[in-house]
Design a protein around this ligand. Structure first.
Ligand SMILES: [Zn+2]
Length: 136
């Protein structure tokens, strides 16, 4: 069973890198809301958990375009390789009008599928550090 921990937005530098010692598989952060201004917090020292990354902002009813969500997903790939990245809304969608929440999730799914296709075709560079191979 996998264990994830979501931490709502705030100053993540106050809990990183200590969070890496938590017995969790995945750390879920809310970074779309400030346009990934804190992404660098998670690159030094190296992020060793799986990353669940918010790729749509739940504080606005404006529905991000598929292209915009794809750019946000690519930000996550600067921190972890695709096999360790989960994409999610920044936080809960319950305060949004249903249409906006649905539109955000629809575009999130479409963007994730397009990114997967780009990765499968070798059309997308991943900025995350190389995974250490088993015999390193
Ligand atoms: Zn939250």
């Amino acid at each position: 069973m996998r264990i994830g921990l979501h931490v709502c937005y705030g100053d993540y530098s106050r809990i990183y890198p200590e969070i890496l010692d938590f017995p969790i598989d995945e750390f879920d952060v809310e970074l779309a809301n400030d346009d990934y201004g804190q992404l660098d917090v998670f690159t030094e020292p190296e992020f060793t958990k799986d990353l669940a990354l918010g790729v749509v902002d739940v504080h606005t009813a404006d529905v991000e375009s598929v292209e915009e969500v794809k750019r946000n997903i690519a930000r996550g790939l600067e921190v972890v390789p695709p096999e360790r990245l989960t994409v999610s809304p920044d936080c809960g969608l319950k305060l949004l009008p249903r249409e906006a929440a649905y539109g955000k999730m629809r575009n999130l799914v479409e963007a994730a599928r397009e990114i997967e296709r780009d990765l499968d075709r070798g059309n997308l560079d991943v900025g995350a550090p190389e995974e250490a191979s088993a015999d390193d």
